[in-house]
Unconditional design. Structure first.
Length: 803
């Protein structure tokens, strides 16, 4: 819809007026911030001058305390004012160059005049007129902009639904306080603006999407009813974007009772954490807590074990199972590989969770294992004594509570032991070794402990006794701490018992439906545990068992958890997270097409996630439209995954994906280098060469660096950030992020020949926004050749000249 010059001029004038008012307000706030700041500094400097301290009498003391309190209140009030003014100033600074992006004219039913509502990333009130010049995009009325085309409309407010007519809907691109584009739109959010936004170059940091949120995404953002909101959406459909704007929305809507530190995002990797970390600050909100599941495992189990990370597990699966010549995985037999795979499936399944729960029940009566308590080679309490004590308690008492009782009893036993042990010769030796300083300190501490026995040790026995007790106390400290931390429970033994023969321990008998390669799984698990290593697939079951026995550690402060790439979590892990955050709501974002982990690739539906809170508390929103990639890339990639035909491309045109077949590695590298050069020449800022594995990344990086005229970055699982430019990255680390152009390093049948690599290949290809080129050393993989021939261009470099 074209706009008249008159309309344009009026709108431009409004931009000028609004930004001028913002500038005035900013100057005011700057002054205020400066003044209050110097007030605060002054108050702090002269704090004590204003306080009269006199403690001579009780009355004086009360007065002194009151005067101190008053002074503290003055200071905190000024600090609060400073914080608020600084925040308001920050908001205006973000707003002023581009004060709004949309307008709706709305007439409420029963009213005559229409109201023009301008939407921006924050609100701006004209204090003199008492009128909002800009509405926050999260305000109730703003939802009209995202949900409706002009016509009959309605929006929800805390006081009920408001109905009316939308008579105009307009979009703007305002930069540097001037309108660059402006158009009226008949549909929800015009494709034109979206096309423009999506055509831009990618960035090392994700952008906000508030100006172009789509209706279906708005349902995710504003959903406030679901306890568990599951978003199942195609690659590039805006799941992460919607979730981040949702966080901003919830923080706005519940600003009185929800703060950003009560929200946690579980990301697929640290790189992704960095990638999304600017979105909320851009929207004027503080970042929520961000972590990875791996970091949590490390935090809980890192002291006990060398915990394998998910990437190392994946690298094993991808390198050890493939026929790839570049594989550098440990040489493993086919049997061992299959056994590990079978173990991974099993240990991540709900069947195993059920077994562990049965095992916990079983332990109420028998089977608990303990570590004996030793002190200087002496067994203070044997494992059998501990077990006997444990099972002497009423069986109705839960395991963790019994351990608490045990702990008290054990501390008493330790006291008794200490009283006998102080007679030992080693204690005298230790007393001798006390330095005069220690001795003196000991003496003073003794005085304090013993309630002032006298200023000198005139009684030799008394002196020896007191010093010996002190020496004992120091030496027994680590044992006491270990007891308090329940380290007397043999958790490794308990977990290992699950994998032992039923006759031996009884626990293995709980596993009635054994997975294939069971005996191999058993001895391998035990072997790893003996070396204090915990494979990734064992980490969550181990943690679950540990917590069930010793007491669940929960985090009641967190009110909302967002799990990105939820399809990569095993049912076991999801159950664990639910336990960990008992008071929170969850948003789980997933794409079954990108389930790259062995334990999850078997998911055919979102059932394990949906089952977590049950149907009553769960809502599922599905996104089918893919925004990231051009239409051509989506039309090619959607055929790779089951059910992909439902994925709708957004109408942004680009070149057809290209497949380049190379006959040898030298030619592969030279064609890759030429392609990088071409893409740089086209002006693309971020180009990723995606390899299947980390070992292949290393090889590609070495070979390509000398062939390129620009620096070539390499991303590993330890990289915390990435910059624009050209980089090599393993497929599984590219999850969640995007690049202008993607070059698949080797998409040959040789590299992606297994069915279980389908989703990994899809994930890698769907990282491309504008161009996708797949190189293949030999025949392209089946995932490519099974696509309709008109969806890509094949070049055989041995036959055709490149380009
Ligand atoms: N409404 C929108 N307006 C503008 N850009 C959008 C919109 N929705 C999605 N995008 C863009 O599409 C790209 C993909 O979005 P996002 O990463 O959120 O998708 P995703 O579903 O999480 O993807 P994946 O699962 O493949 O990682 C991003 O560049 C994002 O900015």
């Amino acid at each position: 819809m074209s706009l008249t010059d008159q309309a344009w001029a009026t709108e431009e004038q409004r931009v000028q007026e609004v930004t001028a008012k913002m500038s005035v307000k900013m100057t005011e706030l700057e002054e205020q911030v400066g003044l209050v700041q110097s007030d605060v500094v002054e108050i702090r400097k002269h704090y004590w001058d204003e306080v009269t301290m006199d403690m001579s009498t009780a009355e004086d003391a009360v007065e002194s305390i009151a005067s101190m309190r008053q002074q503290t209140e003055v200071l905190s009030e000024r600090e609060r004012t400073h914080r608020q003014a600084a925040k308001a100033l920050g908001k205006l600074r973000r707003l002023v160059d581009s004060p709004y992006f949309g307008r709706i004219d709305f007439i409420e039913r029963g009213e005559r005049t229409e109201e023009a509502v301008y939407l921006g990333i924050a609100s701006f009130l004209d204090e003199e007129e008492g009128q909002y010049l800009v509405y926050d995009w999260r305000a109730p009325i703003s939802s009209l902009y995202y949900d409706f085309a002009p016509g009959e409309v309605a929006f929800a407010t805390p006081n009920g639904t408001v109905e009316g007519q939308m008579v105009l809907k307009r979009q703007y691109v305002i930069r540097d306080r001037h309108i660059h584009f402006m158009f009226d739109t008949g549909v929800t959010i015009g494709d034109e603006l979206l096309k423009q936004v999506l055509s831009r170059s990618s960035d090392a940091q994700m952008k906000t999407i508030v100006a172009t949120i789509q209706k279906e995404q708005n349902r995710i953002i504003r959903n406030d009813s679901a306890h568990m909101l599951i978003v199942q959406g195609a690659a590039g459909s805006g799941k992460t974007s919607a979730a981040l704007q949702r966080v901003a929305y919830l923080l706005y809507k519940h600003r009185d009772k929800l703060s950003s530190d009560q929200m946690v995002l579980f990301s697929p990797n640290p790189l992704f954490n960095h990638y999304v970390s600017t979105v909320l600050p851009e929207l004027g909100e503080e970042n929520m807590q961000q972590t990875t599941y791996q970091a949590y495992l490390e935090h809980r189990l890192g002291e006990m074990f060398e915990v394998e990370d998910s990437f190392a597990q994946l690298e094993y699966i991808l390198t050890s199972g493939s026929t790839s010549s570049v594989s550098e995985g440990t040489p493993v037999t086919e049997e061992a590989y299959k056994a590990r795979l079978s173990g991974i499936y099993y240990k991540s399944s709900t069947a195993f969770l059920t077994v562990i729960e049965a095992y916990i029940k079983h332990m109420e009566r028998t089977g608990m294992l303990f570590n004996p308590i030793k002190f200087r080679e002496k067994e203070v309490l044997s494992a059998a004594q501990l077990a006997e004590r444990f099972y002497s308690y009423d069986t109705s008492i839960r395991l963790p509570n019994r351990l608490v009782l045990m702990k008290e009893w054990m501390l008493e036993q330790l006291e008794r032991f200490a009283e006998l042990e102080i007679e030992e010769a080693w204690v005298d030796e230790e007393i001798e070794l006390l330095s005069s300083e220690d001795y003196h300190r000991t003496y003073l501490r003794l005085l304090k402990m013993e309630g002032g026995l006298g200023a000198s040790f005139d009684d030799f026995d008394q002196e020896r006794l007191l010093l010996a007790r002190l020496v004992m106390k120091e030496h027994l400290k680590p044992v006491r701490i270990a007891v308090k931390q329940f380290k007397f429970v043999d958790l490794t033994g308990l977990y290992g018992q699950l994998f032992r023969d039923e006759q031996e321990a009884g626990a293995g008998g709980l596993i009635t439906e054994k997975p294939s390669y069971w005996s191999e799984i058993c001895w391998r698990t035990e072997e790893q545990l003996a070396q204090a290593k915990l494979p990734y697939e064992d980490a969550t079951p181990f943690l679950y068992l540990m917590e069930a026995v010793c007491g669940f550690q929960t985090n009641g402060a967190v009110r909302h958890v967002i799990i990105d790439e939820a399809q990569d979590y095993s049912p076991f892990q999801l159950a664990y997270l639910k336990r960990l955050f008992p008071r929170c709501r969850m948003t789980a974002l997933g794409d079954l097409g990108q389930a790259i982990y062995s334990h999850a690739s078997a998911y055919s539906e979102i059932d394990p996630i949906a089952a977590l809170y049950g149907p009553e508390q769960t809502e599922v929103i599905r996104l089918f439209r893919s925004y990231r990639s051009t239409r051509e890339i989506v039309e090619f990639t959607r055929g790779i995954v089951p059910g992909g035909d439902a994925i709708e491309p957004f109408t942004r045109a680009g070149a057809l994906p290209r497949v380049v077949k190379a006959s040898d590695r030298g030619s592969l590298h030279s064609h890759l280098a030429a392609e990088v050069k071409r893409l740089l020449g086209e002006g693309y800022a971020s180009i990723a060469i995606i390899t299947k594995t980390a070992s292949e990344s290393e090889l590609a990086h070495q070979a390509l660096t000398p062939l390129l005229e620009v620096p070539l970055g390499r991303i590993t699982k330890h990289s915390p950030t990435f910059e624009s430019g050209v980089l090599v990255i393993p497929s599984y680390l590219a999850k969640g992020v995007e690049f202008d152009a993607v070059l698949i390093y080797d998409g040959s049948h040789h590299q992606y020949g297994h069915e279980n690599e389908r989703k990994l290949f899809y994930t890698a290809c769907t990282r491309a926004m504008h161009e996708l080129c797949i190189f293949a050393l030999g025949d392209p993989c089946h995932f490519i050749t099974s696509q309709p021939q008109d969806t890509y261009v094949l070049t055989d470099s041995a036959k055709d000249a490149f380009n």
